[in-house]
Ligand binder design. Structure first.
Ligand SMILES: Nc1ncnc2c1ncn2[C@@H]1O[C@H](COP(=O)(O)OP(=O)(O)OP(=O)(O)O)[C@@H](O)[C@H]1O
Ligand SMILES: [Ca+2]
Length: 802
């Protein structure tokens, strides 16, 4: 719209201060009141956007509830218990519940988690006691056969929604239009006057004509509005439908969040939203962010001693299994959602602008209409004065005047482009749906729009540029390197390593993993978990052949789950003989620093010489330069007196270096090219090794010969001045921490005023996604279905509108 010369843009800029991201409430109010002066049918124009007054009212309500929750959970717990003890409610078991074989009432069960009621939990025998009372085995989960019974007794995991508005309410809304009301009055007057002057039936034709067109307008408007509202509901439902990992019938499976029932065993890992209220069964370093629920910004550790998990909170670190004790409206979150009737989406900048344009056009329409009316009247009076004199009046004259009035009103009706902002909402919703089909999660409509104006894209590597289908491609173990791309097979590998090495390798692969191998009904193994671990497990399965169970008799003492800051995962297990061993796997350079020994071909730990270390680094770099993700595996034996509350951080014995292949998505290179051609810079920010990152970036056309690739640790330590020089050059940032990506995005926005789009997986990229003008979160890792790819659709939408 820039540079059209007639100043709408400057007018808008002047009157409505509109940054690309989140226009302030003030700005929104300002232009709304400007619009309000001319457009009287506000209800329709603002239908898809929030009611600002209602919203601030709800915001206040929400804060009040949060405050209450906070007080209940943290501050006055002791006092509450005291009061509780005095008037503790007697919970009666209904007959239905007893008949089903359960021995705790839904209300009581729900109150344990929501009230953090440790006393009552103890009274019921802890988590185990509760699980017995609701007939669940903590190992095998519920039987799917009593799924619907549980849903009947304890409710389904859905929140009450406002009942959908009926069709007639949309008709009523459409009738509220001021111009239509004026026309209706015109029609009525026209009928009355017509009847008086021309009699039945000739006199009513005009009036009926107007009424018929009003009827048509109202019906068409109402039908289309109604259809849109249905579509919006659908979109909303899809947006909230997430996949949860649960254990049912003894095996891990995926279900929709809506199908969760009381008694389900849910697997939580970093980045997940807690889908229902529940109790912690087992897990490691589980850190929960409760801010959405209680407003409390400090995350809390959840342990066996304090095992309460609340719906609506998110997992910030660690992993765990939880027992669901309350779902849907029985949860605190459900109640919070129930009291609020979500206020709709904020206007996007384009919508705000269009509303401004619509308003200006409306004003012009008004002027023209008034002019027309005046001109017609003057002509009429002149005509009349010349022929019959101004003092004699006939009923037909009134009809003529009315007609003129109708003409002017019609001009206003036609001129004010009511549907314009609404049309944008619809097309954005359509774009959003399309992105969601591609497995990208877009939370706000405005993202779809701002996408068109992005000047810079920061993308992660795994899953966005690459397919996220990982397979082990190379392994280096006991001084030999094997590649599985050619004709070398697993058997070749087996031939060169001894039984003992093999056994340690398999132990490390299977014990040190958050993912699980699930045997399906057809006897086939499927792997549930992240792609990197899946690749290792698959390799392990192939290596091991039939002796799968043999390595599963270790007992896990401690686990430190993987996260993107540490970039490694470790476990402490006790071996069948009672010995204790630690395993560690993770980013190759980092792991190598933790090792001072290496396993030899007989399975003994021998000291690692400096030359060997250099050798291994070379191996890692050759793997990485072939665009392979590199991972090291290591172990350490500790004696039985070892304190079991932490896992050793050094002195490991290196077992093997893995090179995992994750091919680049077809089409990415072209997309990046056309992007650069359109003046949009593409940067890759990844947690992977710098050589891997460079190789992939080169393959995608992101890294050019004179471009800069930097490691996160170098970037972090630069001063703001240095960053100013550095940032425009950066094409690749490797081994980055979540915070590095955030810093880069913040600086790009503030120092260079770029409109930044960020793609990433919701887990480690969350801070950057939040900071960006446009954040595109990929569905949580392990998207099985090959999809067109977020980057591609992001790019295509960039071109659709530039
Ligand atoms: N489950 C895992 N256990 C141990 N180490 C892992 C695991 N997954 C990944 N790694 C290691 O951590 C490194 C980086 O992980 P990180 O999560 O920071 O990046 P990413 O998100 O996977 O990559 P990108 O940013 O490109 O999407 C990987 O290169 C790999 O060596
Ligand atoms: Ca990532």
């Amino acid at each position: 719209m820039e540079g059209r010369g007639w100043g709408i843009d400057s007018y808008l800029k002047h009157n409505f201060d509109l940054p690309a991201k989140n226009p302030s409430e003030d700005a929104q109010r300002k232009w709304r009141s400007a619009v309000g002066k001319i457009v009287k049918n506000r209800r329709r124009r603002f239908r898809m956007v929030p009611d600002l007054d209602k919203r601030s009212e709800e915001e206040a309500k929400k804060r009040k509830i949060q405050e209450k929750i906070r007080v209940a959970l943290y501050v006055q717990q002791a006092a509450f218990h005291f009061i509780d003890a005095a008037n503790r409610k007697e919970h009666h078991l209904s007959e239905e519940v007893m008949k089903a074989g359960f021995s705790i009432s839904p209300d009581e069960l729900a109150s344990i988690a929501s009230g953090h009621d440790i006393k009552s939990l103890k009274m019921h025998g802890g988590v185990e006691g509760i699980s017995r009372k609701i007939n669940v085995s903590l190992d095998d989960g519920i039987n799917t056969t009593d799924f619907s019974m549980r849903q009947n007794l304890y409710g389904a995991n859905r929140y009450v929604e406002k009942p959908p508005r009926s069709f007639w309410m949309f008709v009523w809304d459409a009738l509220q239009d001021l111009t239509l009301i004026i026309l209706m009055i015109c029609a009525l007057i026209s009928i009355v006057v017509g009847l008086a002057t021309e009699g039945w039936p000739k006199g009513v034709y005009d009036g009926l004509g107007i009424l018929l067109s009003i009827f048509l307008v109202v019906i068409v408007t109402a039908v289309s509005d109604y259809k849109q509202s249905l579509q919006f509901r659908e979109l909303d439902k899809e947006k909230k439908n997430i996949v949860i990992h649960v254990t049912r019938d003894g095996s891990r499976q995926k279900v929709s969040i809506y199908d969760l029932v009381v008694g389900d065993i849910v697997h939580l890992s970093i980045g997940d939203q807690v889908p229902a209220d529940g109790l912690f069964i087992s897990g490691y370093s589980l850190l929960i962010d409760e801010s959405s629920l209680s407003g409390e910004s400090e995350p809390v550790y959840i342990t066996q001693e304090k095992p309460f998990l609340l719906a609506g909170t998110t997992v910030q670190d660690g992993s765990a299994k939880m027992l669901v004790t309350a779902v849907g409206m029985h949860t605190e979150w459900g109640r919070l959602m129930g009291t609020l009737s979500q206020g709709g989406e904020d206007e996007t900048p384009l919508q705000v602008k269009l509303n401004g344009v619509a308003t200006i056009i409306g004003q012009i329409g008004l002027v023209v209409a008034t002019l027309t009316f005046v001109v017609l009247i003057v002509r009429f009076l002149v005509d009349k004065g010349m022929h019959v004199g101004l003092l004699t009046w006939f009923p037909e004259d009134a009809l003529t005047l009315l007609n003129y009035f109708a003409i002017s009103v019609t001009i206003i009706v036609v001129a004010v482009p009511e549907g314009l902002p609404l049309a944008v909402t619809l097309s954005l919703a359509f774009a959003m749906k399309k992105l969601m089909d591609d497995k990208a999660l877009v939370r706000h409509l405005s993202a779809c729009e701002t996408m068109g104006s992005a000047s810079c894209i920061c993308t992660d590597k795994t899953g966005t540029l690459t397919t996220n289908h990982m397979v082990v491609d190379k392994i280096w173990i006991c001084e030999v390197s094997k590649s599985f791309r050619g004709k070398e097979t697993i058997n070749d590998l087996k031939a060169v390593i001894s039984e003992k090495v093999l056994s340690i390798l398999l132990q490390c692969i299977f014990e040190n993993s958050d993912s699980e191998v699930v045997k399906g009904k057809d006897g086939k193994n499927t792997i549930m978990g992240t792609p990197t671990e899946a690749a290792l497990l698959e390799f392990g399965l192939e290596l091991e052949g039939e002796c799968y169970a043999q390595h599963r008799d270790c007992k896990k003492l401690r686990v430190e789950p993987f996260n993107s800051v540490k970039k490694k995962m470790s476990v402490l297990v006790s071996l069948p003989g009672g010995r204790i061993r630690a395993f560690c796997k993770g980013a190759s350079e980092i792991l190598l620093q933790m090792c001072d020994k290496i396993i030899d071909s007989d399975g003994n730990s021998v000291p690692l010489s400096e030359v060997q270390t250099k050798n291994i680094l070379d191996i890692i770099n050759t793997f990485a330069c072939e665009a392979l993700r590199t991972l090291c595996l290591a172990f350490k034996d500790v004696d039985e007196t070892y304190e079991r509350d932490k896992i050793p951080a050094d002195g490991y014995t290196l077992i093997a270096v893995f090179g995992i292949k994750d091919p680049v998505r077809p089409g990415v290179r072209d997309a990046v090219q056309s992007c650069i051609a359109a003046g949009v810079t593409v940067r890759m920010v990844t947690g992977d090794n710098i050589n891997t990152a460079k190789a992939i970036a080169r393959e995608c056309g992101i890294l050019t010969d004179d471009g800069l690739a930097i490691e996160g640790s170098d970037f972090r330590n630069k001063s703001p001045e240095e960053m100013k020089d550095l940032i425009p050059e950066i094409q690749v940032m490797a081994r980055s921490l979540p915070l590095d990506k955030h810093t880069l995005v913040t600086n790009l926005r503030s120092m260079f005023h770029e409109v930044v789009a960020v793609t990433g997986d919701g887990t480690n990229d969350a801070p950057a996604l939040h900071e960006a003008d446009i954040g595109l979160a990929m569905g949580i890792a392990g998207t099985e279905h090959a999809s067109q790819g977020v980057l591609l659709s992001l790019l295509s939408s960039c071109f659709g509108s530039t």
